[in-house]
Design a protein around this ligand. Structure first.
Ligand code: NAD
Length: 429
């Protein structure tokens, strides 16, 4: 593993994401065994190709210096340039970012995108920072990793608490360092700065499409289906809006401040406006407040975790009443939780399939930037829907052919694609 020479003395490596990384590695190992992939390929894939840890010293509004830690983990690029989001979150650590980078490798492979997998993060709390401080962190972080990213090397994108504006700062910092505009270095930019129409809603749209397909397979009519969503950020809101458009009832949602419930279903557009105005879903008229635990265990047709990882533990999985779980978030289910869900026959649309709409639209954005083109929203969503449905059907076909659950099937498909590329390229030197 190569650590950037510019890294600060305190690498700040902690183990908060250890369980998450163990879960991902267990799933990969199981997939290699199920697909009869040689163990030396697992040995190759179990570590990222490169880990970058940087210090980000920032002078805050009171004149004090705070030194943040930033990560960029590049897992594998056998199928194309590294691709993956950047998150700003207080508990970010190297294990978590490594696990997420690995998921990106397999997510891109699941959708047959010509990308490898990477992920980045800065351990900070954007909610307590001013826009100026977030801009300083973003530009310093970009500067520190600028030699190791690029349109054909590694292309970042948004993730938790990073948005189009943060992507614009990344593009600008990189472009200033190169002396020319390089919009294709990052995706998820504002549309007027080379962003893709529909990119902002793409992950939620994909979660909606895969939920629709899961309902079809399970024989549950989507019209009137009761849905609970944990997390009401980018993924949660757009999932809710698209599902409500198809006639589903969004009966419960949550954010970091709490959870709300209305058995008749929310007016989602009004709920989005309420969240925008007040900063939380709490206090929405005609809703009752419930605990997060209650939300996860509600009697609903579909549960959509769309916040953070590790929330569906063994104990939670034992009490879930939903018939379908669509994983909008990355890694929301622990491996013990996953085993319980499979045993109980709950249909799971796994994260690397369910939330791949974002990276797929990012791929469309990258193509448009490279060709200096701009596609309309209808074209983007139509192409996205086709890719998501094809990937979903490939996974369902694998569950039937190999008698596997959805998670094992998607991992078998995607790990096999990556393994074939690695085997063909060989382990140079
Ligand atoms: P976001 O920052 O827009 O929203 C996160 C939401 O989760 C917010 O509503 C926040 O209040 C809520 N939240 C945070 N901590 C919580 C907690 N402990 N309990 C309940 N809610 C909590 O982030 P996002 O982009 O919507 O990402 C959500 C998840 O989806 C993450 O796991 C991310 O990796 C994944 N994801 C995002 C994208 C994308 O395109 N944005 C793509 C693929 C996967």
């Amino acid at each position: 593993m190569i650590v950037n020479a510019k890294m600060g003395a305190n690498s700040g490596v902690t183990t908060g994401g250890k369980l998450f990384l163990e879960t991902v590695l267990k799933n990969v190992k199981k997939a290699t065994e199920l697909a009869n992939i040689p163990t030396d390929i697992y040995e190759f894939l179990k570590l990222p190709k490169r880990v970058i840890v940087v210090s980000i010293p920032i002078r805050d509004r009171d004149g004090n210096v705070t030194n943040y830690i930033g990560y960029r983990v590049q897992h594998n690029n056998a199928l194309g340039p590294y691709k993956g989001g950047i998150r700003y979150y207080p508990t970010v650590d190297l294990d978590e970012i490594t696990a997420l980078a690995m998921l990106m490798t397999y997510k891109c492979a699941a959708l047959s995108l010509p990308f490898g997998g990477a992920k980045g993060g800065v351990a900070c709390n954007p909610k307590s920072l001013s826009q100026e401080e977030i801009e300083k962190i973003t530009r310093r972080y970009t500067y520190m990793i600028s030699d190791l990213i690029g349109p054909y090397i590694d292309i970042p994108a948004p993730d938790i608490y990073t948005d189009a504006r943060v992507m614009a700062w990344i593009m600008d910092t990189y472009s200033q360092l190169k002396g020319r505009q390089v919009p294709e270095v990052v995706t998820g930019k504002p549309v007027y700065l080379g962003g893709c129409e529909g990119r902002e809603e793409a992950t939620g749209f994909g979660v909606c499409i895969t939920t629709r397909e899961a309902c079809r397979v399970c024989g549950i009519p989507l019209k009137g289906a009761r849905i609970a969503i944990q997390g009401f950020g980018n993924v949660g809101t757009h999932t809710a809006l698209h599902l409500a458009n198809l006639g589903a009832k969004i009966v419960a949602v949550s954010d970091s401040k709490g959870s709300i419930y209305n058995k008749e279903g929310f007016n989602v557009e009004k709920l989005v406006a309420h969240k925008k105005n007040t900063g939380t879903v709490l206090g929405f008229p005609s809703a009752i407040q419930i605990s997060e635990k209650e939300l996860l265990q509600l009697d609903v047709d579909v549960l959509i975790p769309a916040a953070i990882e590790g929330v569906i533990t063994k104990e939670v999985a034992e009490k879930i009443q939903a018939k379908i779980i669509t994983e909008g978030a990355n890694g929301p289910t622990t491996s013990e939780g996953s085993a319980v869900l499979q045993e109980r026959g709950i249909f799971v649309v796994p994260d690397i399939l369910a939330n791949a709409g974002g990276v797929t639209a990012s791929y469309f954005e990258w193509i448009q930037n490279l060709q200096r083109e701009h596609w309309p929203r209808d074209k983007v969503l139509k192409m996205l829907e086709e890719k998501m449905v094809k990937a979903f059907n490939d996974v369902v076909e694998t569950t039937r052919r190999m008698e596997l659950g959805m998670r094992d099937a998607v991992m078998v498909l995607s790990v096999s694609r990556v393994a074939l590329a690695v085997q063909t390229l060989g382990i140079w030197p």
